[in-house]
Structures are given as C-alpha cells and as structure tokens.
Design a protein. Structure first.
Length: 220
C-alpha cells in the first residue's frame, strides 16, 4: 500500500472539479457493484458521458507518467476509472473489489482525492491490515494505491461532500510480493546515486532483498 502526493496537480484538480460542478450527471453508485459490495455501497458516481471519459483519460495519463506510481504499480492497463461522490450520510461498508472488471484482472485499486480534508467530515478510506485498521484521508490531488484484494470501506460522510477518482490497475507483474521487490530495487538504485547515500543502509536493503528472493525461489 502506498500514498503518493501530488499525482494530480492543483490546476488538474481544479479543472476536474469545474466540470463536476457544472452540468455533470450523477447516478447511483450501486449500479457498478455486485454481490455483497452492492448491498454495502451507498454513494453516487459520474454517469457515462464525454466528461467522464475525458476525466478518466486525464487521470490515467497522470498515473502512467508519475514515476512513483509507474514504479510501484507497473501498470499494463486500467480496468476502469470512475468519479464518485459521497454526500452527507453516504458510505461504503466493508467489501473487497472484484477480481475482474470489464473482463480484466484487477491487481491494484486506487483512490485519487478531489476534495481536501477540510471539505468534509468522516469519509475516510479505511483498509484492514494485520495490525488493525488504517485510515486514509489525503489532500486533494494525492492518491492511495493498494492491492485489489484488500478488505476496505469508506466511512460515513457527516458534513460536506467527498469527491474522488477511483480505479483498478492490471499490473505487468501479477504477483504482489514480486512487484514490491521490484519497487524496492528501483528505490535502491535511486538511492545509490544520491550524494548523501548511506552505504551501510544500502547494503542492508540489498541483503534483505536478496533474502526475500532466496525465500521466494528456493525449495528448502
């Protein structure tokens, strides 16, 4: 799981919000959910339109070209990108995203915030981790990327409204552990070129990666 700042810059967020505050058509978000998720989902989303397509293409371009997102997610394709809205009283209960959307495997999910933390109360994205719950409420333009099989929810909005772009990524690397190791390798290579790099810390990181690969590949 990774929070990435500034994936959508301020002018991009403003441009998207202007379109949403204009003549955008909003529909029931439950239309794109299935099974337990459909029963848990209480939000709204941007209806299919030229505006929705334009926003999706813009966000996909920003995600593909952002160096951190590219290194962490290694996107091959995007299964779906949509805009959702949580008004006061809306929420999305505990659920897991579909393994396939639009006939495409979903490896990672993402939420890019279009509303700032002061624009609404409640509305945190909550993900279940082994150590407990992690609550995410990021500045407008920041994105949170996480495995698509993560159990998660969106808390009830008690004031204001929460706009976000959400979507699903098929990665070039299907296995999450392998994808994480590749991301760590990229970080390690970048750190090696830093003028103030710590040789001992770099060596420790390299030894850890080697150990992870040995465990992954060896039989005993």
């Amino acid at each position: 799981m990774l929070a990435v700042a500034g994936v959508l810059d301020a002018p991009t967020v403003s441009a998207i919000r202007e379109q949403l505050d204009g003549d955008a058509v909003i529909v029931d978000g439950g239309d794109t959910a299935h099974g337990m998720a459909r029963r848990a989902k209480r939000n709204e989303q941007l209806a299919p339109s030229r505006t929705a397509t334009g926003i999706a293409k813009l966000v996909e371009e920003r995600l593909r070209t952002h160096p951190v997102i590219a290194a962490y997610a290694r996107p091959s394709a995007f299964a779906r990108i949509q805009v959702n809205r949580y008004a006061e009283g809306m929420q999305y209960g505990w659920h897991v995203d579909d393994a396939h959307i639009g006939g495409m495997r979903t490896d990672l999910s993402f939420t890019c915030f279009l509303s700032g933390p002061d624009d609404y109360d409640g509305g945190e994205l909550v993900v279940a981790e082994s150590a407990g719950e992690r609550r995410i409420k990021l500045p407008a333009g920041d994105c949170f990327v996480y495995p698509a099989d993560t159990v998660h929810r969106v808390d009830t909005v008690t004031r204001g409204e929460r706009w976000a772009v959400v979507g699903w990524i098929r990665s070039q690397v299907r296995d999450g552990a392998q994808r994480e190791l590749l991301y760590e390798c990229d970080q390690l290579v970048a750190a090696m070129h830093a003028p103030d790099s710590d040789g001992d810390a770099l060596m420790l990181a390299l030894v850890r990666i080697r150990g992870s690969l040995q465990r992954m590949w060896s039989e005993d």
